[in-house]
Design a protein around this ligand. Structure first.
Ligand SMILES: CC(C)(COP(=O)(O)OP(=O)(O)OC[C@H]1O[C@@H](n2cnc3c(N)ncnc32)[C@H](O)[C@@H]1OP(=O)(O)O)[C@@H](O)C(=O)NCCC(=O)NCCS
Length: 390
């Protein structure tokens, strides 16, 4: 029998796999992809090159990168039947739900499963990286009653996504900043959505189901959904003067301050530092954002009140401000996180299936035994719904 002392709520600190994909030092604020510091990748690489690094374990040569980029361009379009399916989605639905459904639908259209075939693996990686942004942009246009825009082959990955979203070619600085945002969000060890991807992968199902389950996990407000909530919070605070009382109220009511805290980082998340710099670049180019002053004060006040607990800005704190400056609607922030994280999920999928053992943890049973089945007409006691509700 498993001892209660072995139980770790949220599996905190429990190693779930051996992985060579990324590394985090939460005390020193270090994040590396395949041993390369995130700062170097943000400054010198592109999202697609970084995806190649994550998934195939090494930086591509020039020829390998050109070929990879070419394959992705070629697969960006989505089948008209997927578009038609998406047209039936309610326009009031959340884009993450639309994305999860569309990602799963890819499995219907590309149903061959050959996990031991490197060509199949390559094809699935390319399709998912290529089509997820197209599906996010298509839902955005269709929910406004417009036809989706076809991808443009002359534009690179990020510029093409912004073009499909806005129907106009983006400013090169905006496209570069967006690309760096994708690089920063591409991978982050065994977080909840990656773990979900790994559990799904371990059943040897298809990669579209793996990505669909990870998208569903990313959608929650304690994970990817936090960046959307950060903007709502900044809006609610409204002014620099309100920051102190707002934070004190949240602390007094034991509520979480969105965009702060992390299971692993006990210092400022290195991605938050880079995103803050990117935000500043955008403000310089496209004008100031009144929320930025509020965000700076919030960072100061939270460090003052909760710094000793290791509560500092995480990746979601400044990403919302960057996306807002790029004029992206706030409910697309998490789908954009998903566009980036697909590369990390796929890296873990590939790693998982090459040394697979199905996930099957254990539990500590806290229920009763030897109860008697009572026929329904003899049952008197109503279930206490409040106690049953989480
Ligand atoms: C990310 C998160 C889920 C990590 O949670 P965790 O590792 O389980 O940490 P805990 O919830 O156990 O928090 C540990 C302590 O710090 C406090 N804390 C953690 N995050 C906090 C936050 N954002 N605001 C206020 N207090 C926070 C907790 O109240 C707890 O205090 P206590 O020990 O006095 O009870 C959590 O920090 C959070 O909910 N943050 C807000 C949502 C968010 O930004 N998510 C994106 C993550 S990238």
């Amino acid at each position: 029998m498993t001892a209660l002392s072995e139980f770790k709520p949220g599996l905190e600190g429990v190693p779930a796999t051996l992985s060579g994909i990324s590394y985090v030092d939460g005390q020193k604020g270090i994040l590396e992809y395949r041993g390369i510091g995130i700062e170097q990748l943000a400054n010198q690489s592109t999202f697609l090159e970084t995806s190649y690094l994550l998934i195939w374990g090494k930086l591509p040569t020039k020829e390998e990168l050109v070929e990879f980029e070419h394959e992705i361009r070629y697969h960006r379009r989505i089948k008209y039947r997927i578009r038609d399916m998406m047209k039936c989605f309610p326009e009031t639905g959340h884009p993450m739900d639309a994305l999860q459904t569309s990602a799963a639908a890819l499995g219907l259209f590309y149903s061959r499963r050959a996990l031991d075939n490197p060509e199949y693996i390559r094809e699935a990686v390319v399709r998912l990286l290529a089509k997820i942004p197209t599906m996010v942009a298509a839902f955005q246009l269709m929910r406004k009653g417009n036809d989706p825009v076809q991808p443009r082959d002359d534009l690179d990955y990020s510029a093409n996504f912004l073009y499909m979203l806005k129907e106009r070619e983006p400013d090169p600085i905006a496209a570069r900043v967006f690309d760096v945002c994708l690089t920063l969000h591409a991978e982050h060890t065994i977080n909840a959505s990656t773990f979900s991807a790994m559990v799904t992968a371990s059943t040897l199902t298809d990669p579209y189901a793996v990505v669909a389950s990870a998208v569903g996990t990313l959608a929650g407000p304690l994970h990817g959904g936090a960046n959307e909530e950060v903007l709502t919070m900044l809006e609610e605070i409204g002014s620099v003067e309100n920051v102190g009382p707002y934070v004190d109220h949240l602390i007094a009511t034991k509520s979480k301050i969105m965009g702060f805290g992390h299971r692993v980082y006990k210092v400022k998340d290195p991605r938050a530092t880079i995103l803050q710099q990117l935000g500043e670049q955008l403000f310089e180019r496209f004008g100031h954002d009144e929320y930025y002053e509020i965000a700076l004060e919030l960072e100061r006040v939270v460090a003052d009140r909760l710094g000793e607990k290791g509560i500092y800005p995480n990746v979601d704190f400044y990403s919302g401000l960057v996306y807002r400056k790029l004029d992206i609607p706030s409910d697309l922030f998490t789908p954009i996180f998903a566009i980036a994280r697909v590369s990390g999920w796929l890296a873990h999928w590939k790693e998982q299936i090459t040394k697979n053992r199905i996930f099957r943890p254990t539990q500590i049973y806290t229920g009763s035994h030897n109860e008697t089945y009572v026929p329904i007409h003899e049952r008197t006691c109503a279930i206490n719904l409040e106690a049953e509700t989480l």
